[in-house]
Design a protein around this ligand. Sequence first.
Ligand code: ATP
Ligand code: MG
Length: 484
Amino acid sequence: GQNAPKRIASWSLAKIAEAIGGRLCLDHIEDAPAPESVAALCPVGVSSDTRTLEAGELFVALRGENFDAHDFLGRADQGGAIAILVDRVDALDTQLPLVVVEDTLAGMSRLGHAIWNEARDAGMRTINVTGSNGKTTVKEMLALLWGARARVFATPGNLNNHIGVPLVLCAIPADCERLILEMGANGPGEISQLLALAPGEARVVTSIGLAHIEGFGSLDGIRRAKSEIFENPSADTAAILPFSESSNLVGPDFAGRCFTVGFEAGADLRVELLDGADARGALGFTMAHAGQEYTLHLPIPGTHHALNAATAIATLIAAGEAIDAPALNGALAKLALPAGRWRIVEQGDYYFIDDAYNANPSSTIASVQAFVSSATEEPSPRVVILGEMRELGAEAARLHCEVAAKVAEFAQVDALVCVGEFAQQMAEAASKVRTLEVAAFEDVEAVGPWLKYIVDQRGLTRILLKASRGARLERVIDLVVATG
Ligand code: ATP
Ligand code: MG
């Protein structure tokens, strides 16, 4: 489900205006139609981007640091919008009906909340998913697991912030039974605000790690911020969280029910890995809960994904659903990760694993761990290419070096290539741990020739690419595949 959110069911402009404390305004329209007929119009969706706006949608004029959509409303007219949500009415270049509010982002959030409320009153149940890493993965697993049992609507793509979540809520289909909402944060208080828009019966923290650190200050800051997902619980609220973090994330006075997930003996859902991953590194594990053991398989490698799957399954258990291994495996078998998350590109002697959708210290180590533990049919050298990890703040240099050193500790890594601002320091840190082949490049472009040389010499080579989105490290593939 990567389609942009679309449908809102039978919400007229009058109902929308009332729900968000807005005022319908037609004063600027030449030959304005009758107000009653405009009030009765129902948008087919809500959009905040004129590039993807579709005919019949309500356009929301947001403003960012460098733009104000109010300055370009002609584009909403051209795109076929039915009306526009605005928070100022002077000098607007539009002939469309306006819904005027004090603040468009707040108005859109209120609309999302109102639509969510109506759906919940009609019986829809919500699962909120946050965490440092694994939110989208767990969301995709939840969509598969619940999709076999109910009409599901899940966050499309990665729309997990203060703009994305309201847009997702505005797109809840009228017949939705299970809403799965990814919620991300770059700082304290953000999850709290998002949760208030759509507090679910099940609340999930996938993992705690060093991701988006800049805005949080420290690991404790991250813990505090993620624990906001458990605010205002009822006795029935299910908290699903890593065993190792449970005491950090919920206090003893937590009113809801807790389901902890982990490799540890004390976890409510205990995961144990099975040996024998296949060449593509698919994963086998057991999950024990309440005296039952389930043998499960995933089509993707990475030990952390066993935890992600158990975390998703915990929501079924929390909701009182009966589970059995064949049904769970049937649903999970369809799991496909979105672009840049463990995408395999095979070309001649190059076997690329493109995991460069994003990166931070904990997800990088998890990724390298998966890379080295995936079995190979024939022995082939393993090369790890690390680009920049963004959003690490003042500690960036130290954290890059720490990660490089940790990667060097994996004996199965034959060569480490460091790319970007900290490449030199990282290479030095890695070399101190162990003698392995290490290279450092400032630019991605320089990696191509180096890699070609290695692969020409050694034949089939497995290459892991890991970096933050902004580094666009996957260009390495184009460099060698296009010219090789
Ligand atoms: P974003 O903040 O960009 O939305 P996300 O939380 O949605 O990220 P995913 O997109 O699911 O995370 O996964 C991103 C990367 O994090 C994956 O490529 C994988 O390497 C790593 N990852 C996934 N799950 C875990 C986990 N439980 N623990 C550690 N790392 C993980
Ligand atoms: Mg995500």
